[in-house]
Design a protein around this ligand. Structure first.
Ligand code: EZ4
Ligand code: CO
Length: 402
Protein backbone atom coordinates (compact mmCIF):
# COMPACT_ATOMS: atom_id res chain seq x y z
CA UNK A 1 0.00 0.00 0.00
CA UNK A 2 1.87 3.05 -1.28
CA UNK A 3 1.56 6.57 0.04
CA UNK A 4 0.65 8.70 -2.98
CA UNK A 5 0.03 12.11 -1.43
CA UNK A 6 0.20 13.98 1.87
CA UNK A 7 -1.38 17.36 2.45
CA UNK A 8 -1.19 19.83 5.33
CA UNK A 9 -4.45 21.68 6.00
CA UNK A 10 -4.44 24.81 8.16
CA UNK A 11 -7.77 26.13 9.38
CA UNK A 12 -9.24 28.24 12.17
CA UNK A 13 -12.81 27.26 13.04
CA UNK A 14 -12.70 29.33 16.25
CA UNK A 15 -9.02 28.49 16.88
CA UNK A 16 -6.10 27.31 14.73
CA UNK A 17 -5.61 23.67 13.79
CA UNK A 18 -2.99 22.04 11.58
CA UNK A 19 -4.09 18.73 10.07
CA UNK A 20 -2.26 16.18 7.93
CA UNK A 21 -4.07 13.99 5.41
CA UNK A 22 -2.20 11.02 3.93
CA UNK A 23 -3.55 9.27 0.81
CA UNK A 24 -2.70 5.82 -0.56
CA UNK A 25 -2.95 4.01 -3.87
CA UNK A 26 -5.69 1.82 -2.39
CA UNK A 27 -8.08 4.73 -1.99
CA UNK A 28 -7.73 4.70 1.81
CA UNK A 29 -6.65 7.88 3.56
CA UNK A 30 -5.72 8.76 7.12
CA UNK A 31 -5.90 11.96 9.16
CA UNK A 32 -3.42 13.23 11.77
CA UNK A 33 -3.30 16.31 14.04
CA UNK A 34 -0.18 18.53 13.86
CA UNK A 35 -1.28 21.49 15.99
CA UNK A 36 1.33 23.20 18.19
CA UNK A 37 -0.48 26.11 19.81
CA UNK A 38 1.05 29.50 18.99
CA UNK A 39 3.82 27.93 16.84
CA UNK A 40 1.64 26.39 14.12
CA UNK A 41 3.70 27.16 11.02
CA UNK A 42 6.90 25.64 12.38
CA UNK A 43 5.19 22.23 12.14
CA UNK A 44 3.59 23.05 8.77
CA UNK A 45 7.06 23.76 7.38
CA UNK A 46 8.64 20.73 9.07
CA UNK A 47 6.05 18.52 7.38
CA UNK A 48 5.88 20.22 3.97
CA UNK A 49 9.55 21.06 3.52
CA UNK A 50 11.25 18.13 5.25
CA UNK A 51 9.07 15.06 5.94
CA UNK A 52 6.49 14.81 3.15
CA UNK A 53 9.08 14.61 0.34
CA UNK A 54 10.51 11.50 2.06
CA UNK A 55 7.07 10.03 2.77
CA UNK A 56 5.70 9.76 -0.77
CA UNK A 57 6.11 6.26 -2.20
CA UNK A 58 6.61 4.51 1.17
CA UNK A 59 4.51 1.56 2.28
CA UNK A 60 1.78 3.01 4.54
CA UNK A 61 1.63 -0.29 6.48
CA UNK A 62 5.18 0.09 7.82
CA UNK A 63 4.34 2.46 10.67
CA UNK A 64 7.28 1.46 12.87
CA UNK A 65 9.84 1.76 10.08
CA UNK A 66 8.51 5.16 9.02
CA UNK A 67 8.57 6.34 12.65
CA UNK A 68 12.21 5.22 13.08
CA UNK A 69 13.13 6.69 9.70
CA UNK A 70 11.98 10.16 10.72
CA UNK A 71 13.19 9.93 14.33
CA UNK A 72 16.65 8.49 13.76
CA UNK A 73 16.91 9.79 10.22
CA UNK A 74 16.51 13.43 11.24
CA UNK A 75 19.80 13.26 13.18
CA UNK A 76 18.18 16.05 15.30
CA UNK A 77 16.03 14.05 17.68
CA UNK A 78 13.11 14.98 19.95
CA UNK A 79 11.76 18.50 20.53
CA UNK A 80 8.14 19.70 20.23
CA UNK A 81 8.20 20.69 16.53
CA UNK A 82 9.74 17.48 15.19
CA UNK A 83 7.78 15.19 17.51
CA UNK A 84 4.47 16.90 16.64
CA UNK A 85 5.15 16.50 12.92
CA UNK A 86 6.07 12.85 13.48
CA UNK A 87 2.94 12.35 15.59
CA UNK A 88 0.74 13.66 12.77
CA UNK A 89 2.20 11.12 10.34
CA UNK A 90 1.92 8.34 12.92
CA UNK A 91 -1.74 9.12 13.73
CA UNK A 92 -2.68 9.19 10.04
CA UNK A 93 -0.90 5.86 9.42
CA UNK A 94 -2.65 4.15 12.38
CA UNK A 95 -5.91 5.53 10.99
CA UNK A 96 -5.13 3.94 7.61
CA UNK A 97 -4.07 0.63 9.14
CA UNK A 98 -7.23 0.38 11.22
CA UNK A 99 -9.41 1.29 8.23
CA UNK A 100 -7.63 -1.36 6.13
CA UNK A 101 -8.27 -3.91 8.90
CA UNK A 102 -11.90 -2.79 9.13
CA UNK A 103 -11.48 -2.20 12.86
CA UNK A 104 -11.77 0.69 15.29
CA UNK A 105 -8.25 1.62 16.39
CA UNK A 106 -8.61 0.29 19.96
CA UNK A 107 -9.05 -3.22 18.53
CA UNK A 108 -5.68 -3.03 16.77
CA UNK A 109 -3.99 -1.83 19.96
CA UNK A 110 -5.18 -4.90 21.86
CA UNK A 111 -8.90 -4.50 22.37
CA UNK A 112 -11.15 -2.97 24.96
CA UNK A 113 -9.98 -2.77 28.59
CA UNK A 114 -12.94 -0.65 29.77
CA UNK A 115 -16.46 0.35 28.79
CA UNK A 116 -15.93 4.10 28.97
CA UNK A 117 -13.30 6.78 29.53
CA UNK A 118 -13.43 8.95 32.67
CA UNK A 119 -12.89 12.60 31.72
CA UNK A 120 -12.47 15.83 33.65
CA UNK A 121 -13.74 19.27 32.65
CA UNK A 122 -12.52 22.76 33.52
CA UNK A 123 -14.43 24.88 36.04
CA UNK A 124 -13.12 28.43 36.15
CA UNK A 125 -14.15 31.55 38.02
CA UNK A 126 -12.79 35.01 38.70
CA UNK A 127 -13.17 34.33 42.44
CA UNK A 128 -14.09 31.44 44.75
CA UNK A 129 -17.85 32.06 44.51
CA UNK A 130 -17.77 31.99 40.71
CA UNK A 131 -15.64 28.83 40.72
CA UNK A 132 -18.15 27.16 43.06
CA UNK A 133 -20.91 28.02 40.55
CA UNK A 134 -18.81 26.68 37.67
CA UNK A 135 -18.19 23.38 39.51
CA UNK A 136 -21.94 23.11 40.17
CA UNK A 137 -22.56 23.63 36.46
CA UNK A 138 -20.16 20.80 35.56
CA UNK A 139 -21.84 18.57 38.16
CA UNK A 140 -25.17 19.29 36.43
CA UNK A 141 -23.61 18.27 33.11
CA UNK A 142 -22.73 14.91 34.68
CA UNK A 143 -18.98 15.33 35.27
CA UNK A 144 -17.49 13.19 38.04
CA UNK A 145 -14.06 14.82 37.84
CA UNK A 146 -13.57 18.58 37.66
CA UNK A 147 -10.51 20.80 37.47
CA UNK A 148 -11.02 23.98 39.49
CA UNK A 149 -9.15 27.27 38.86
CA UNK A 150 -9.91 30.64 40.38
CA UNK A 151 -8.69 34.19 39.98
CA UNK A 152 -6.31 35.29 42.75
CA UNK A 153 -7.18 38.40 44.85
CA UNK A 154 -4.82 41.23 43.94
CA UNK A 155 -3.92 39.77 40.49
CA UNK A 156 -5.78 41.15 37.48
CA UNK A 157 -5.78 37.87 35.56
CA UNK A 158 -4.37 34.39 35.87
CA UNK A 159 -4.05 31.13 33.99
CA UNK A 160 -7.25 29.12 33.65
CA UNK A 161 -9.76 31.91 34.17
CA UNK A 162 -11.70 32.76 31.03
CA UNK A 163 -14.62 34.80 29.79
CA UNK A 164 -16.50 31.67 28.74
CA UNK A 165 -17.16 28.74 31.09
CA UNK A 166 -17.14 25.94 28.51
CA UNK A 167 -14.65 27.09 25.88
CA UNK A 168 -11.51 28.41 27.58
CA UNK A 169 -8.87 29.25 24.98
CA UNK A 170 -5.67 30.83 26.26
CA UNK A 171 -4.23 31.71 22.80
CA UNK A 172 -6.44 34.77 22.69
CA UNK A 173 -4.58 37.56 20.89
CA UNK A 174 -2.57 38.22 17.70
CA UNK A 175 0.37 39.27 19.87
CA UNK A 176 1.00 37.78 23.33
CA UNK A 177 -0.98 39.40 26.15
CA UNK A 178 0.85 39.82 29.46
CA UNK A 179 -0.40 38.74 32.86
CA UNK A 180 1.09 39.43 36.32
CA UNK A 181 2.01 36.80 38.88
CA UNK A 182 2.58 36.66 42.62
CA UNK A 183 3.46 33.29 44.12
CA UNK A 184 2.65 34.40 47.67
CA UNK A 185 -0.83 35.69 46.73
CA UNK A 186 -1.50 32.46 44.84
CA UNK A 187 -0.28 30.17 47.63
CA UNK A 188 -2.42 31.98 50.19
CA UNK A 189 -5.51 31.66 48.02
CA UNK A 190 -5.63 28.11 46.60
CA UNK A 191 -6.17 26.19 49.89
CA UNK A 192 -9.19 28.46 50.58
CA UNK A 193 -10.65 27.54 47.19
CA UNK A 194 -10.43 23.79 47.83
CA UNK A 195 -11.66 24.08 51.43
CA UNK A 196 -14.78 25.78 50.08
CA UNK A 197 -15.24 23.25 47.25
CA UNK A 198 -15.09 20.28 49.65
CA UNK A 199 -17.47 22.08 51.98
CA UNK A 200 -19.96 22.63 49.15
CA UNK A 201 -19.63 19.41 47.18
CA UNK A 202 -18.52 16.79 49.70
CA UNK A 203 -16.05 13.98 49.05
CA UNK A 204 -17.69 12.26 46.07
CA UNK A 205 -16.49 14.50 43.22
CA UNK A 206 -12.88 14.21 42.00
CA UNK A 207 -11.19 17.63 42.17
CA UNK A 208 -8.07 18.53 40.17
CA UNK A 209 -5.91 21.65 39.97
CA UNK A 210 -3.34 22.97 37.47
CA UNK A 211 -0.49 25.13 38.84
CA UNK A 212 0.72 25.67 35.25
CA UNK A 213 4.46 25.50 35.98
CA UNK A 214 4.63 28.38 38.47
CA UNK A 215 6.23 27.11 41.68
CA UNK A 216 9.64 25.97 42.88
CA UNK A 217 9.91 22.45 44.34
CA UNK A 218 9.72 23.65 47.97
CA UNK A 219 6.75 25.92 47.20
CA UNK A 220 5.02 23.01 45.46
CA UNK A 221 5.76 20.82 48.50
CA UNK A 222 4.05 23.36 50.74
CA UNK A 223 1.01 23.60 48.47
CA UNK A 224 0.70 19.81 48.16
CA UNK A 225 0.84 19.50 51.94
CA UNK A 226 -1.74 22.21 52.55
CA UNK A 227 -4.10 20.62 50.01
CA UNK A 228 -3.89 17.13 51.55
CA UNK A 229 -7.07 17.52 53.65
CA UNK A 230 -9.03 18.22 50.43
CA UNK A 231 -7.91 14.96 48.74
CA UNK A 232 -7.15 16.17 45.24
CA UNK A 233 -7.25 13.69 42.37
CA UNK A 234 -4.08 15.43 41.23
CA UNK A 235 -1.96 18.55 41.38
CA UNK A 236 -0.75 19.29 37.84
CA UNK A 237 2.45 20.91 36.57
CA UNK A 238 3.42 22.14 40.03
CA UNK A 239 6.88 23.16 38.75
CA UNK A 240 8.45 23.61 35.32
CA UNK A 241 9.71 20.06 34.78
CA UNK A 242 13.02 20.39 32.96
CA UNK A 243 14.57 19.42 36.31
CA UNK A 244 13.21 15.91 36.78
CA UNK A 245 15.02 15.37 40.09
CA UNK A 246 13.28 18.48 41.47
CA UNK A 247 10.24 16.27 42.00
CA UNK A 248 12.10 14.28 44.67
CA UNK A 249 11.81 17.23 46.99
CA UNK A 250 8.06 17.62 46.38
CA UNK A 251 7.55 13.89 46.85
CA UNK A 252 9.32 13.81 50.22
CA UNK A 253 6.79 16.24 51.65
CA UNK A 254 3.36 15.41 50.33
CA UNK A 255 0.95 12.60 49.46
CA UNK A 256 -1.05 14.83 47.08
CA UNK A 257 -0.90 12.94 43.74
CA UNK A 258 1.25 14.65 41.10
CA UNK A 259 0.60 14.92 37.35
CA UNK A 260 2.98 16.33 34.75
CA UNK A 261 3.95 16.13 31.09
CA UNK A 262 1.62 18.04 28.75
CA UNK A 263 4.62 19.88 27.27
CA UNK A 264 6.89 16.80 27.08
CA UNK A 265 7.78 15.46 23.66
CA UNK A 266 9.44 12.14 24.45
CA UNK A 267 9.96 9.32 26.92
CA UNK A 268 13.33 10.86 27.82
CA UNK A 269 11.51 13.86 29.35
CA UNK A 270 9.83 11.61 31.92
CA UNK A 271 12.09 8.58 32.28
CA UNK A 272 13.32 9.51 35.77
CA UNK A 273 9.99 10.95 36.89
CA UNK A 274 8.45 7.56 36.13
CA UNK A 275 11.18 5.12 37.09
CA UNK A 276 11.86 6.86 40.42
CA UNK A 277 8.11 6.96 41.14
CA UNK A 278 8.16 10.74 41.51
CA UNK A 279 4.77 11.23 39.80
CA UNK A 280 1.38 9.51 39.71
CA UNK A 281 0.01 10.54 36.30
CA UNK A 282 1.81 11.11 33.00
CA UNK A 283 0.17 13.75 30.79
CA UNK A 284 2.08 13.40 27.51
CA UNK A 285 -0.36 13.28 24.63
CA UNK A 286 -0.58 11.70 21.18
CA UNK A 287 0.03 14.88 19.16
CA UNK A 288 2.98 16.34 21.07
CA UNK A 289 4.89 13.17 21.94
CA UNK A 290 5.39 11.24 18.73
CA UNK A 291 1.97 9.68 18.19
CA UNK A 292 0.48 6.34 19.16
CA UNK A 293 3.77 4.55 18.48
CA UNK A 294 5.73 6.56 21.05
CA UNK A 295 2.92 6.96 23.61
CA UNK A 296 2.68 3.17 23.83
CA UNK A 297 6.29 3.07 25.04
CA UNK A 298 5.68 5.80 27.61
CA UNK A 299 2.53 4.06 28.90
CA UNK A 300 4.32 0.70 29.12
CA UNK A 301 7.19 2.23 31.12
CA UNK A 302 4.67 4.00 33.36
CA UNK A 303 2.76 0.78 33.98
CA UNK A 304 5.87 -0.82 35.52
CA UNK A 305 6.01 1.95 38.14
CA UNK A 306 2.30 2.30 39.03
CA UNK A 307 2.05 5.54 37.06
CA UNK A 308 -1.27 6.04 35.23
CA UNK A 309 -2.10 7.97 32.08
CA UNK A 310 -3.87 11.34 32.20
CA UNK A 311 -3.50 12.74 28.69
CA UNK A 312 -3.65 16.43 27.90
CA UNK A 313 -6.94 17.29 26.18
CA UNK A 314 -7.27 21.07 26.00
CA UNK A 315 -9.01 22.78 23.05
CA UNK A 316 -5.72 23.10 21.13
CA UNK A 317 -5.63 19.28 20.82
CA UNK A 318 -7.86 18.88 17.75
CA UNK A 319 -10.74 16.40 17.59
CA UNK A 320 -8.31 14.17 15.65
CA UNK A 321 -6.07 13.90 18.72
CA UNK A 322 -9.08 13.54 21.01
CA UNK A 323 -10.49 10.69 18.92
CA UNK A 324 -7.13 8.90 18.75
CA UNK A 325 -6.53 9.41 22.47
CA UNK A 326 -9.93 7.91 23.28
CA UNK A 327 -9.04 4.70 21.43
CA UNK A 328 -5.75 4.62 23.34
CA UNK A 329 -7.58 5.29 26.63
CA UNK A 330 -10.08 2.51 25.87
CA UNK A 331 -7.23 0.03 25.47
CA UNK A 332 -4.35 1.12 27.74
CA UNK A 333 -4.20 -1.05 30.90
CA UNK A 334 -2.91 1.73 33.20
CA UNK A 335 -5.50 4.34 32.25
CA UNK A 336 -6.10 7.08 34.82
CA UNK A 337 -8.22 9.90 33.38
CA UNK A 338 -8.55 11.97 30.19
CA UNK A 339 -8.74 15.76 30.09
CA UNK A 340 -11.69 16.95 28.02
CA UNK A 341 -12.25 20.56 27.08
CA UNK A 342 -15.13 20.91 24.68
CA UNK A 343 -14.54 22.16 21.16
CA UNK A 344 -16.86 24.79 19.70
CA UNK A 345 -19.69 23.73 17.36
CA UNK A 346 -17.68 25.19 14.42
CA UNK A 347 -14.69 22.98 15.25
CA UNK A 348 -16.88 19.90 15.67
CA UNK A 349 -18.42 20.58 12.25
CA UNK A 350 -15.05 20.83 10.50
CA UNK A 351 -13.90 17.59 12.18
CA UNK A 352 -16.79 15.09 12.02
CA UNK A 353 -16.24 12.40 14.68
CA UNK A 354 -17.99 9.49 16.32
CA UNK A 355 -16.96 9.91 19.98
CA UNK A 356 -19.65 10.92 22.45
CA UNK A 357 -19.91 12.41 25.94
CA UNK A 358 -22.41 10.93 28.40
CA UNK A 359 -22.61 11.54 32.15
CA UNK A 360 -18.95 12.31 32.79
CA UNK A 361 -17.49 9.75 30.39
CA UNK A 362 -16.40 9.76 26.75
CA UNK A 363 -17.07 6.80 24.51
CA UNK A 364 -14.98 6.15 21.39
CA UNK A 365 -16.92 4.96 18.35
CA UNK A 366 -16.82 1.74 16.35
CA UNK A 367 -16.01 3.27 12.93
CA UNK A 368 -12.88 1.68 11.39
CA UNK A 369 -9.86 3.93 12.05
CA UNK A 370 -9.68 6.54 14.80
CA UNK A 371 -13.12 7.81 13.88
CA UNK A 372 -12.30 11.45 13.07
CA UNK A 373 -12.30 13.08 9.63
CA UNK A 374 -11.80 16.58 8.25
CA UNK A 375 -14.31 18.37 6.02
CA UNK A 376 -11.80 20.15 3.78
CA UNK A 377 -14.37 22.32 2.01
CA UNK A 378 -15.66 23.67 5.28
CA UNK A 379 -12.10 24.02 6.66
CA UNK A 380 -11.25 26.28 3.69
CA UNK A 381 -13.86 28.76 4.93
CA UNK A 382 -11.85 29.35 8.14
CA UNK A 383 -8.42 30.80 7.25
CA UNK A 384 -5.55 30.90 9.78
CA UNK A 385 -5.66 33.69 12.34
CA UNK A 386 -2.44 34.45 14.14
CA UNK A 387 -2.82 33.74 17.85
CA UNK A 388 -0.31 33.56 20.70
CA UNK A 389 -0.39 32.14 24.19
CA UNK A 390 0.11 34.83 26.87
CA UNK A 391 3.36 35.59 28.67
CA UNK A 392 3.58 36.14 32.41
CA UNK A 393 5.58 38.59 34.53
CA UNK A 394 6.23 39.02 38.23
CA UNK A 395 4.88 42.24 39.75
CA UNK A 396 8.34 43.87 39.44
CA UNK A 397 8.41 43.18 35.68
CA UNK A 398 10.58 40.02 35.66
CA UNK A 399 9.56 37.62 32.91
CA UNK A 400 8.18 34.44 34.50
CA UNK A 401 6.60 31.12 33.47
CA UNK A 402 3.15 31.25 31.95
O1 EZ4 B 1 -2.39 25.82 28.79
O2 EZ4 B 1 -3.23 23.60 26.12
O3 EZ4 B 1 -4.13 21.40 31.31
N1 EZ4 B 1 -4.29 22.13 30.41
C1 EZ4 B 1 -3.53 23.17 30.08
C2 EZ4 B 1 -3.87 23.93 28.83
C3 EZ4 B 1 -2.64 24.58 28.19
C4 EZ4 B 1 -2.89 24.82 26.71
C5 EZ4 B 1 -1.67 25.41 26.04
O4 EZ4 B 1 -1.84 25.44 24.65
O5 EZ4 B 1 -2.61 23.48 30.81
O6 EZ4 B 1 -4.88 24.87 29.07
CO1 CO C 1 -2.17 21.86 32.15
Amino acid sequence: MKITAARVIVCSPGRNFVTLKIETDQGLYGVGDATLNGREFSVVSYLNDHLIPCLIGRDARQIEDIWQYFYRGAYWRRGPVGMTALAAIDMALWDIKAKAAGMPLYQLLGGRSRDKVLVYGHANGKDIAETVDAVAHYRDLGYQAIRAQSGVPGLASTYGVSKDTLFYEPADADLPTESLWSTSKYLNHVPKLFAELRQQFGDEVHLLHDVHHRLTPIEAARLGKELEPFKLFWLEDAVPAELQEGFRLIRQHTTTPLAVGEVFSSIHDCQHLISEQLIDYIRTTIVHAGGVTHLRRIAALAELYHVKTGFHGATDLSPVTMGTALHFDTWVPNFGIQEYMRHTAQTDEVFPHDYQFKQGFLYCGETPGHGVDINEKLAAQYPYQRAYLPVNRLEDGTLFNW
